[in-house]
Write a protein that binds this ligand. Structure first.
Ligand SMILES: NC(=O)c1ccc[n+]([C@@H]2O[C@H](COP(=O)([O-])OP(=O)(O)OC[C@H]3O[C@@H](n4cnc5c(N)ncnc54)[C@H](OP(=O)(O)O)[C@@H]3O)[C@@H](O)[C@H]2O)c1
Length: 279
C-alpha cells in the first residue's frame, strides 16, 4: 500500500493529498468498488447528495473495518437545498445515510447564481461547523466573485474549492485565486474523464521518461500544481495505479508542457459556474 502524504487546510485539518471520487458508483457494485479503493489505501472519499451513493460510501467504510477517524469523508449540499434550513436538514440527512455523526468536509456543490441562495447555504455550513456536525467547510465550482461574497457576508473563508481541473482545463486563474485566499484547490474529473489526454505528446513522453502510466503522469501533474485530485475508478488495478504517484517527480518543463494542453473551451461540458446550474 502506498504512503499518501497529507495536506493541511486553512482551518488546521489534515487530509490525504489524493482522494477517491465515487460518482456513478452505486448499488452493490458501487459498495464493492468503494471498498476495494479503501483496501487499496484511499482514505479520502468524495461523495454528494446528488450522486445517490452516500449509503454505499457509509457501508463500504463500515465493511472495511477501518476506524472512522482514519477516513476523511466529503459530501456536498445540492442546489435545491440552498435555503438555510434546507441546508441544515440536507446535511443531517447526509449524515444519516452515511451512518456517521460528522462529515470531515462539506461543500456547496454548485453556486447556482441565478437562484442566489449560496450565501445562505454558506451561513448554514458555518453554523453546522460550530455544532460539530461537519469539521471543515468548503465550496465547489465557485468563482472569485462567489468566494468574495460569502467571505464578505460571514467572515469565514472556505477551506476547499473543488473545481473542474484537468490538462484540457488547468484553471490557471482560479488556482491563483484560491491560493491567494489560502483555499485548497481540489480537482474534479482530474484525469479528464472520458476525454483523458493519455495520447497527447507531453503526457505520453513524460510517462515514458518516468516509466509510469499516462494517468499517473496527469495525477502527479495535479499534485505538483498544488491541487488535490480525486480520481474515480471502478477498477481495482487502476485504483492502485492512481495512488502510486508519490515516488517520481515531473520536471518543471514537463509540468509546463502538460499545462499548455489547456484551452479556453477545454471544459468537459458546458460547466461554467456562472451559467451552469445543478439542483
Ligand atoms: N464538484 C463537482 O461538481 C464534481 C463534478 C464531477 C465530478 N466530481 C467528483 O470528481 C470525481 C472524479 O471525476 P470523474 O469521475 O468525473 O472523472 P475522472 O476521475 O477524471 O475519470 C474517471 C474515468 O477515468 C477512468 N480511469 C480512472 N483511472 C484510470 C486509469 N488509471 N487509466 C485509465 N482510465 C482510468 C475511469 O474508468 P474506470 O472506472 O472504468 O476505471 C473513469 O471512466 C467524481 O467521481 C466525483 O467524486 C465532482
Amino acid at each position: 500500500m502506498s504512503d499518501i502524504p497529507t495536506l493541511t487546510l486553512n482551518d488546521g485539518a489534515t487530509l490525504p493529498a489524493v482522494g477517491f471520487g465515487t460518482h456513478t458508483l452505486t448499488g452493490t457494485e458501487g459498495v464493492d468498488a468503494i471498498r476495494s479503493a479503501i483496501d487499496a489505501g484511499y482514505r479520502l472519499l468524495d461523495t454528494a447528495v446528488n450522486y445517490g451513493n452516500e449509503e454505499e460510501v457509509g457501508r463500504a467504510v463500515r465493511d472495511s473495518g477501518i476506524p472512522r477517524d482514519e477516513v476523511f469523508l466529503t459530501s456536498k449540499v445540492p442546489g435545491r437545498h440552498h435555503g438555510y434550513d434546507d441546508a441544515i436538514a440536507s446535511t443531517k440527512e447526509s449524515l444519516q445515510r452515511l451512518g456517521v455523526d460528522h462529515l470531515d468536509l462539506h461543500l456547496i456543490h454548485w453556486p447556482n447564481p441565478s437562484v442566489d441562495k449560496y450565501a445562505e447555504a454558506w451561513r448554514a455550513l458555518v453554523d453546522l461547523r460550530e455544532q460539530g456536525l461537519v469539521r471543515s467547510i468548503g465550496v465547489s465550482n465557485f468563482t472569485a466573485e462567489h468566494l468574495d461574497r460569502i467571505v464578505a457576508e460571514t467572515g469565514v473563508t472556505p477551506a476547499v474549492n473543488q473545481l473542474e481541473l484537468h490538462p484540457w482545463f488547468p484553471q490557471t486563474e482560479m488556482r491563483v485565486t484560491n491560493e491567494s485566499r489560502e483555499i485548497q484547490t481540489q480537482s474534479w474529473s482530474p484525469l479528464g474523464k472520458r476525454n483523458a489526454p493519455f495520447d497527447e505528446a507531453p503526457v505520453r513522453d513524460a510517462a515514458e521518461a518516468h516509466d509510469v502510466t499516462p494517468a499517473q503522469v496527469i495525477l502527479r501533474w495535479q499534485v505538483q500544481l498544488g491541487a488535490l485530485p480525486i480520481p474515480k475508478s471502478g477498477t481495482p488495478a487502476r485504483q492502485q495505479e492512481n495512488l502510486a504517484i508519490f515516488d517520481f517527480t515531473l520536471t518543471d518543463d514537463e509540468v509546463a508542457a502538460i499545462t499548455a494542453l489547456g484551452r479556453p473551451d477545454g471544459r468537459l461540458f458546458d460547466g461554467d459556474p456562472n451559467t451552469h446550474e445543478e439542483m
